[in-house]
Design a protein around this ligand. Sequence first.
Ligand SMILES: Cc1ncc(COP(=O)(O)O)c(C=O)c1O
Length: 464
Amino acid sequence: MPTTNSRADEQAAKVHQPCMLKPLIDPIISTFINNFPDTLVELVKQHGSPLNLVWPHAFELNAQALLTVLNQHHLPGEIFYGAKANKSHSLLGAAVSSAIGVDVSSIHELQAALRSGTPGAKICATGPAKTAVFHQALITAGSLICVDSLEEFDHLQRVIDAQSPPGKARVLLRYRPKNSLKSRFGMGSDGMLEALQRLTRRTDIFHFEGVHFHLGGYGFESRAQALREVSGFIEAAREMGLSPRMIDIGGGLPIRYVEPQSYAHFLEHDNKPSHYYNHKVPEAYYPYGGELTASQWLDLLLGAEHSPGVSIASYLKQQNITLALEPGRSLVDQAAISVFRVTRIKQLADSKSVIFVEGSSFSACETWFASEYLIDPILISSQDSPRIPTQAYIAGHSCLDDDVITHRLINFATAPQPGDLLIYVNTAGYQMDLLENEFHRHPLPRRLTATCCTEGNYRFSPDY
Ligand SMILES: Cc1ncc(COP(=O)(O)O)c(C=O)c1O
């Protein structure tokens, strides 16, 4: 795999930073892109486009930052990496080297986590529709099972009773917070109390460890409220003779992709129908320029009031409860970049252009928002391009009309040329591989892991 030592000023390719939604970039990745663009051109030549480069050092920094907040509050936390955020195996490896666990939602994620070296006891399984095979594998591995419903409770009980000899399942009960009454996930109060009663009757096969919830959105206040709500179940469980030890608050910690001020400026001034080739402003975006980092979010949650005069951190300590978190997106903040090679730039009416790239919108998407991955790409021009300013949107190579990566018209100071690269930074959190497929029989994009890295020495190896 290539290693490069040549100096920045010897590079033939030139890097052009975007002028609008400039991505925040990890310093090691930024140095790599800015000082060694030839290596990127070479990697795409060898491995094709789009190409995903994964950076596990970023994951490790994110994990350390969250662990530091827990330490500052003197709390024994458990972090389970929400492995659904990215299919990279080296990021599962980064969870192991960070000494944290993994949150899995399928038997395949479970097997991948075990193969990567995560001990079964540090795995927690979420999701509302676990199969018997998945349940069995979780019991064998000694993993935590978040029971989503009374129906799942019965199912799990039947699975254990059918085993010979019967195993024992470690369980959390998933609560449906009051602000998500219509959610199909978790149990309301009645269901939780009934599940606790059933647990008291089958201590031979269930080891009850605590309660769990996961909420949509990215606010810490909704988690603080839900945590206040579940403390009643901790108390009720103890009164019934059970011994809960954990409250798992799920994921939803935020990432900051761009500076908050430039994001606010964009929303106010540069997000009008005329800024989109199809004249449509998306209804919702991920909060790309959020005010809080994941660590600040966790710190605020722990400092929030649990009851008059008692913070959530104090409550957890007083009750001897471990706080568990399942961050997905926020643990992979900065942990990948996605590189697309330009095939063609085509002139359209109104002096606008469309840039076609090798790759599709499935490889840089924002799946859970009816919008797109908003951050501007960085242009790497592989030849001496004339500095002709161009306004263009960016489309994939398929024949689907909707295969558009960036509907927004991007202002390029230098017009991209065929063979140039567009780099979308910070794509590890669901954007790069959640929807990837082999449409038109294009092979799946390659994923390479960067093994860090002193300036000028980068090693990339396949990340299977
Ligand atoms: C149960 C559960 N835990 C954790 C996560 C991870 O959330 P995020 O990537 O927003 O941190 C999800 C995401 O859907 C989830 O459903």
